[in-house]
Design a protein around this ligand. Structure first.
Ligand SMILES: Cc1cc2nc3c(=O)[nH]c(=O)nc-3n(C[C@H](O)[C@H](O)[C@H](O)COP(=O)(O)OP(=O)(O)OC[C@H]3O[C@@H](n4cnc5c(N)ncnc54)[C@H](O)[C@@H]3O)c2cc1C
Length: 453
């Protein structure tokens, strides 16, 4: 007899007594040690509603999770039911309306493939198996971002179950405060069961990555910075120091080899893309050049993000601009001769539509910064984990003079809410939280609905 026998759902409820509990409680980020009281694997909006109603009766909190990519700031989940949506994977594309209705557990690559069949494209980020819902609720920094803004501002409607257990559909005309909050303010106000997202008529584009030896160092990053300053909004790009792990999944010549990589997606013709990328090829001898004309579904492969769960300790901050001193500081802390134990440290270019208020936009209507920096390491031993944390601290201190806050989806460590969004936005989010979840039933990875200090 378990305390959760009363939780009747079509999906499954796992508890610590189950033999597969370790797998049930795990997140995509294997370094997140989640210890909820139970895990509900919902299969429908009805299951979500039943879980929220049960939690309210039993005095538990509820944390929704698509994949657990963003789980690091969420653990340990004391007294909380972890509500996994990974079984909710329905996708309906409406090619006429150029929209897709996706259930809460759909992955980025799944939506990319479904939209691509109709010559359409969602706003994908770099990871193929990130959950569209969590990615979008936190903003959604996409390969198409400098031209088309954050993914959260291309959401037409959100189906959800409120903390009171009631299903609702919110949009610009219905419960618009909740609709606003969920678009960039994270998921702490309700449990989303489906999103209707706009699709763009982008069937193919020029995209890929250039891999150089990391020895190109600060000169390479400065050349990238100068190139990026003149790049049109059709191009969104990333520069990073990357040392691929020494494992069989990585092609032999790249294993444990310190690299500088530049990835980009270029909306427009193949010739325009080729011409735009050409100057980057002059930075040094390329070890690998994956640029090419590809279906938009290929975007989630160009950054070569892992496609299965891995342990990671990471963190990020937003950077106003990159003068030479900032690049020198970045390279000294994360570059080839820095002794950094990190897997990667990267700078993603913002600007363009990402920096302009989206019309009718959500809580993240714009982001006023030049770049977002993100770094992560794989804690294969406790000692390495400690070294990674120390290096993240050192890197953030080195880049502190140029830091202007944080971007929700790349903030992996707990932080003050007002470092993620402006204080007046946080106050509005707190009002939404008080209205829709007055008992603080719903737990999110970043509690942006908590009143700012
Ligand atoms: C390898 C990698 C690459 C990434 N690339 C990008 C990128 O290019 N651009 C970018 O913007 N971000 C990127 N991210 C960050 C990623 O978008 C966030 O970690 C995001 O939170 C992941 O969403 P998820 O649903 O997969 O994760 P989860 O950990 O499952 O969800 C994160 C949070 O979202 C909320 N949430 C999820 N589902 C629901 C729901 N149904 N209802 C209510 N709330 C919900 C919860 O508060 C949850 O704690 C990347 C992360 C990794 C690890």
């Amino acid at each position: 007899m378990s305390d959760f026998d009363g939780l009747a759902i079509a999906g499954r409820v796992a508890t610590p007594d189950d033999p597969d509990w370790e797998g049930a409680r795990a997140a995509w980020n294997l370094a997140a040690d989640q210890r909820p009281v139970a895990v509900a694997f919902a299969e429908s909006a009805e299951d979500v509603a039943a879980t929220l109603s049960f939690a309210a009766e039993a005095g538990h909190r509820v944390a929704a999770q698509g994949t657990g990519h963003g789980a690091a700031p969420l653990a340990p989940l004391d007294g909380t039911i972890l509500l996994k949506t990974e079984r909710m994977r329905g996708i309906e594309v409406d090619p006429e309306a150029k929209t897709a209705r996706i259930e809460a557990g759909v992955l980025s690559a799944e939506l990319g493939a479904a939209a691509s069949q109709h010559g359409l494209c969602f706003m994908p980020g770099s990871s193929p198996d990130v959950g569209v819902t969590g990615y979008t609720l936190g903003g959604g920094l996409s390969w198409l971002g400098r031209k088309h803004g954050f993914a959260c501002n291309r959401v037409a409607a959100i189906e959800l179950v409120g903390a009171d257990g009631e299903p609702r559909t919110v949009d610009a005309g219905n419960d618009s405060d909740l609709f606003w909050a969920l678009r960039g303010g994270g998921g702490g106000y309700a449990v989303v069961t489906a999103l209707t997202v706009e699709l763009l008529p982008i069937a193919e584009l020029y995209a890929g990555a250039l891999l150089f030896d990391a020895a190109v160092g600060a000169d390479g990053v400065k050349a990238y910075r100068d190139w990026a300053a003149g790049a049109p909004e059709e191009i969104t790009s990333i520069v990073r120091f990357l040392t691929p792990p020494d494992i069989p999944d990585v092609p032999e010549p790249l294993r444990a080899r310190p690299l500088l990589t530049i990835d980009a997606a270029c909306i427009g013709s193949e010739a325009d893309g080729e011409a735009a990328i050409a100057p980057l090829r002059e930075i040094g001898e390329t070890i690998m050049d994956t640029f090419g004309w590809m279906p938009s579904a290929g975007l989630s492969g160009i950054h070569m993000d892992p496609e299965q769960p891995v342990p990671g300790i990471g963190d990020g901050m937003t950077i106003s601009e990159l003068p030479d001193e900032a690049i020198d500081a970045f390279v000294a802390a994360a570059g080839p001769d820095s002794g950094s134990p990190l897997l990667l440290s990267e700078l993603r270019q913002l600007g363009g539509a990402l920096g302009r208020p989206a019309e009718g936009g959500g809580a993240l209507a714009e982001l006023d910064a030049g770049f977002v920096m993100y770094s992560v390491g794989m804690p294969m031993t406790p000692e390495l984990g400690e070294a990674i944390v120390q290096r993240l601290d050192r890197l953030e201190e080195a880049m502190g003079p140029w830091s202007v806050g944080a971007y929700f989806n790349f903030k992996d460590r707990p932080t003050e809410v007002e470092s993620i969004l402006p204080v007046e936005v946080c106050e509005r989010l707190a009002a939404v939280k008080r209205r829709w979840d007055p008992d603080d039933r719903i737990v999110a990875n970043h509690a942006l609905g908590a009143a700012p200090a």
